[in-house]
Design a protein around this ligand. Structure first.
Ligand SMILES: [Zn+2]
Length: 129
């Protein structure tokens, strides 16, 4: 595996995600501030319809921000694992993740099997089974 290439790729992704997050935060958005901002809005003299639109936009932005922060955490973790030599192995079972998967998703933490299992756990048991 081309460790230095991966490091460069992850570093670039890290910078991109961090810039994206900073943009959101400079725009006054954090993933925890929703309640405060809504309180501000309802005390203002804004028209009800405008508040509705604003709430929708804010909820969408918060969920994008949360996704960016989660990806950033994964990238940071991958960079740390590059340093300590555990990069490229599955966190759950310890098997090698595989170059083709890492090329597609350099910040991957799990092998395909464990990734699928983790996603099933999040979504809950499937109704078709
Ligand atoms: Zn695994």
């Amino acid at each position: 595996m081309d460790i230095e290439g991966v490091r460069g790729q992850l570093g670039a992704e890290h910078d991109r995600l961090q810039a994206l997050r900073d943009e959101f935060i400079e725009g006054g958005l954090t993933s925890q501030s929703e309640e405060d901002s809504l309180a501000e809005l309802s005390s203002s003299a804004q028209h009800q319809a405008d508040i509705g639109t604003e709430t929708f936009d804010r909820e969408r932005d918060v969920s994008i921000l949360e996704q960016v922060e989660a990806e950033l955490a994964d990238v940071e973790l991958a960079l740390r694992r590059l340093d300590d030599g555990t990069y490229g192995t599955c966190e759950a079972c310890g098997r090698v993740i595989g170059d083709s998967r890492l090329e597609a998703k350099p910040e991957a933490r799990f092998c395909l099997d464990d990734q699928a299992r983790a996603e099933r756990d999040v979504r809950g048991p499937s109704r078709s089974s």
